[in-house]
Design a protein around this ligand. Structure first.
Ligand code: FAD
Length: 509
């Protein structure tokens, strides 16, 4: 209570608005790596809990399920966050050899995962030859001088088949997006850059490997787990474990009031005399204010836009242009006997694989399905399978007007056409969540919009006010963690140090 009184309306060095994984990782990195730059730090979160999109649930029936993201790619930043928060023992990794499937022509077909690139049956022989020739730069046309959509880039480089059967469903899986609008550069930058680098996807890959040989990256940090192969990770009790652990860490370092849930930012203004920001909040105890030298907004773009409108109108307009389609996460369970025999190929005849994606051309509404109980242990009562389905997205925005029962019925109907036996019993509804504004679309012009918003803030004199969150970093959890840890924390620390230096000079003079 005393700390509340001390902080209320008084100057805090750093306020991070938004307790999703982006904001929390920035807070964690500031505390672990930039401790010299500031004295006080507060994270404010509008909901009653931290985690943002990350929403792990469990119940007395024995289910553990996710209502937001289901897993992460275990990149270096994810592993660092895991170890720094003491979660190494709770980390669970999927079997890297487990297959992934795409529905094509009423059959679930494995995606290529290495040596089977020649034999897999998702692409025809001509489709494979066309993709191969394009990747080698023999049949990939001329690099255009405009920003290509994912559809334009992939059709030009790899051909129509690779687009419709591999990449279009992948866009649904990652962005719930429309590949004719998504920007190749913004959404899949690592692949996009290869053609610029080496004239073709293969040429760029070879050049990249050569560069790595010439300039080997530093040896891996021995503290960090080194996941093998192409896999995904989570924690035993679900993804929420990470934000909860960072919250506890921040409170432990800065006091209980350093993380304030149910604190919804309603307005922000800059005091021209002091250069500090006045932050107004709605809280369960009424209106509250904080004054901060540095502020990071890690809220969604459509939340940040009205907050910065009066200070930087142009920047605000750019953020409003970023579209977030709705997505529903539908977790249902069935008895194991309900699954078709061809999908029960795991040890002891269990459901095997990461999950499946459904191209929009295949007459199925559900975007994709994760085999939650096959991926991670301990998520379902014995004898059942737990399946997480995503439905909605850019091509099915009407999902917000459907009832939960209608959505479950649609998913169940879709699954009976390929994964479940037609006479499977009705699903057990485990959890369903509709996200009306789910995932920011990295459409053509996305980087220009975000850079213009950042520049707009600078031009408006808003030094010390930073934009973060998934629309800046990339939507994958690993990208959010990396950006929060490295970029955002670095920017805030640099500003905080310069403010400290200015104050010191003023005192000395
Ligand atoms: C359905 C779904 C499935 C996904 N699946 C995956 C997946 O499997 N793997 C993967 O890597 N990624 C996945 N993603 C993407 C990933 O979950 C997000 O990109 C990531 O969680 C975003 O984190 P963030 O901190 O940037 O934003 P958020 O999680 O949105 O956090 C922003 C926070 O700001 C808070 N806030 C909003 N307004 C205010 C305010 N006025 N004042 C204070 N606080 C406020 C919000 O309550 C929220 O907690 C998925 C996303 C969704 C929606």
């Amino acid at each position: 209570m005393l700390l509340v009184l001390l902080l209320e309306g008084l100057s805090v060095d750093v306020v991070i608005v938004g307790g999703g994984v982006s904001g929390l990782c920035a807070a964690q990195a500031l505390l672990t790596e930039h401790r010299d730059a500031f004295t006080s730090l507060v994270v404010t979160e509008g909901r009653e809990r931290v985690g943002g999109n990350i929403t792990s649930r469990s119940d007395e029936r024995g289910y553990v399920w996710e209502e937001g993201p289901n897993s992460f790619q275990p990149n270096v930043s994810m592993m660092k966050a895991t170890v720094d928060t003491g979660l190494k023992e709770k980390l669970v990794l999927g079997d890297p050899t487990a297959p992934r499937f795409v529905l094509w022509d009423k059959k679930l077909r494995k995606t290529p995962s290495g040596p089977d690139v020649v034999t897999f049956d998702l692409l025809s022989i001509w489709g494979k030859i066309r993709a191969g020739l394009g990747a080698l730069g023999i049949m990939n046309g001329k690099l255009p001088d405009y920003e290509e959509s994912v559809e334009q880039f992939v059709k030009r480089n790899l051909g129509d088949e690779a687009f419709y059967r591999l990449i279009e469903p992948f866009c649904s899986g990652v962005y719930a997006g429309d590949p004719s609008k998504l920007s190749m550069k913004a959404a899949f930058g690592k692949v996009h850059v290869l053609e610029e680098k080496g004239g073709s996807i293969m040429g760029g890959s070879l050049k990249f490997m050569q560069e790595q040989r010439d300039n080997p990256p530093p040896p891996p940090d021995p503290r960090l787990p080194q996941p093998k192969g192409q896999t995904v990770g989570s924690y035993r009790e679900g993804l929420q474990t990470l934000p909860n652990a960072i919250e506890a860490y921040v409170r432990g370092e800065q006091g209980d009031d350093a993380v304030r849930c149910d604190w919804k930012l309603t307005a922000i203004s800059r005091d021209e005399t002091t250069g500090k920001y006045n932050l107004s909040y709605d809280t369960p105890d009424g209106a509250r204010t904080l004054v901060a030298k540095s502020v990071a907004l890690t809220v969604p773009a459509y939340v940040a836009a009205p907050l910065i409108k009066s200070m930087a109108g142009d920047a605000s307009d750019k953020l409003l242009d970023i579209y977030y389609p709705p997505v529903a996460a539908v977790t249902i369970a069935y008895p194991e006997e309900a699954v078709r025999d061809e999908s029960m190929t795991g040890p002891g005849r269990t459901l095997e694989g990461f999950g499946q994606l459904h191209p929009r051309t295949q007459g199925v509404t559900t975007l994709g399905t994760i085999y939650s109980s096959a991926l991670f242990p301990g998520r379902v009562p014995k004898g059942q399978v737990l399946i997480l389905n995503y439905i909605g997205g850019c091509t099915n925005t009407g999902i917000v007007d459907q009832s939960e029962d209608e959505i479950v019925a649609q998913v169940d109907k879709d699954l009976r056409t390929m994964l479940l036996k037609p006479d499977a019993p009705a699903p057990i509804k485990v959890g369903l969540r509709i996200w009306p504004k789910a995932i920011p679309q990295f459409n053509v012009g996305h980087f220009d919009r975000v850079n213009a918003a950042k520049d707009g803030l600078k031009q408006a004199g808003c030094s010390g006010l930073f934009l973060g969150g998934n629309y800046v970093s990339g939507v994958a959890l690993g990208k959010c963690v990396e950006y929060g840890y490295v970029n955002l924390a670095g920017e805030i620390a640099e500003h905080a140090r310069s403010v400290k230096e200015e104050v010191k000079e003023m005192v000395e003079n």
